[in-house]
Ligand binder design. Structure first.
Ligand code: MG
Length: 345
């Protein structure tokens, strides 16, 4: 197996994020693994807040090269990943890129999409939420107009005055909302009061209202919450799910946290067995990473896979969007192809 990689700056159509933390681009490192004439693609998406750097990611790929180079015959992805995982603590995005590329190759060898290789089958299309970055009032109106085809909007809360923000949004749209607080609220009674207030405003899901450390407080909130509470920062990998102890009613699975598809499938299966709702999310991945995540739509109660729509220069084709719904294709592996004029390596 031969691994090559290329860092790439993904540019947003509009500045994105909470007002104090507005971003205009994110870097991904794309990889290509070649094996017996087949090419698998993967993506390590590296938003600044994750703390994974381009340099660290490339260093990890260099460390993984000898592990991959010694594989010459039929292989089991899971066995390779065990060897890759112990190369370092962390580097979850880099590990995800390798996992995605290996699963892409397997699909191409057997000529089946990942969802058929795994046996859970092709999901019908699903509506994705579309994130509205916080901005001045005129821009919010403009962004809501641009999001017209999407049936659910996601709002990043944790601003100085979240009620004012929601009231402002409600002047322009009555679409159902997901609210992501990114650990922004600290008092459990305040959180519960806010959730009831938001519920009245047709907010149908709340993500990570409190810091990951506040497990007992979060369990108290979840028990009384009229809408699902979804863990994001509280969970990264499969082992974290055992520590949730009823503190949330669902989980946000992202490939850049889970170290890729293989563990994401295990997390989705664990969630279903334990009566937890599944939200499939993403960081800022291109169509490469999001098309990989969409392979798991069969498990999803909700999807938040809007990232390719936010990008100016998506270097892959893969899943498609129509009327705010995400559609899988029938291509083998993760179902993506690079756009050579944007990305060649
Ligand atoms: Mg989140």
């Amino acid at each position: 197996m031969i691994l090559s990689y290329k860092p790439f700056i993904l540019e947003y159509k509009h500045p994105f994020g909470v007002s104090s933390n507005t971003r205009t681009s994110t870097t991904s490192v794309f990889i290509k693994i070649e094996f017996e004439g087949k090419i698998g693609y993967g993506e390590a998406c590296l938003p600044l807040y994750l703390g994974e750097t381009v340099e660290g990611t490339i260093a990890f790929f260099e460390r993984a090269k000898p592990v991959l180079a010694k594989i010459s015959g039929p292989f089991l992805v899971k066995n390779i990943l065990i060897e890759i995982d112990v190369l370092s603590i962390g580097n979850n995005a880099a590990k995800a890129a390798i996992d995605i590329a290996l699963n892409d190759i397997v699909g191409k060898i057997v000529n089946k999409p990942f969802y058929d290789v795994m046996g859970f089958g092709k999901s019908k299309s699903m509506p994705t939420s579309f994130t509205i970055g916080i901005d001045e009032e005129q821009k919010i109106e403009q962004k809501i107009k641009e999001a017209e085809e999407f049936s659910v909007l996601k709002i990043k809360a944790g601003t100085k005055d979240d009620k004012a923000l929601i009231n402002l949004i409600r002047r322009y749209t009555d679409k159902p909302l997901y609210i992501d607080v990114n650990q922004g609220w600290k008092d459990k009674q305040f959180v519960l009061d806010m959730i009831f207030w938001l519920h009245d405003k047709n907010v149908i899901l709340i993500e990570q209202p409190m810091p990951a450390s506040m497990i007992d407080e979060m369990a108290w909130v979840t028990e009384q919450s009229p809408i699902p509470t979804i863990a994001d920062e509280s969970i990264k990998r499969l082992k974290d799910l055992q520590n949730l102890k009823g503190s949330f009613s669902g989980i946000n699975i992202k490939l850049m946290k889970s170290t890729g598809l293989t563990e994401a499938v295990e997390m989705a299966r664990y969630a279903k067995q334990n009566n937890l709702k599944v939200l499939l999310g993403c960081m800022a991945e291109s169509s490469c990473g999001t098309s990989a995540m969409a392979q798991l739509m069969q498990f999803a109660d909700y999807i938040d896979l809007d990232a390719p729509n936010l990008l100016k220069n998506d270097p892959f084709t893969g899943i498609t969007y129509k009327n705010g719904n995400v559609y899988l294709n029938d291509l083998p592996g993760i179902g993506v192809e690079p756009i050579e004029s944007l990305l060649s390596f």
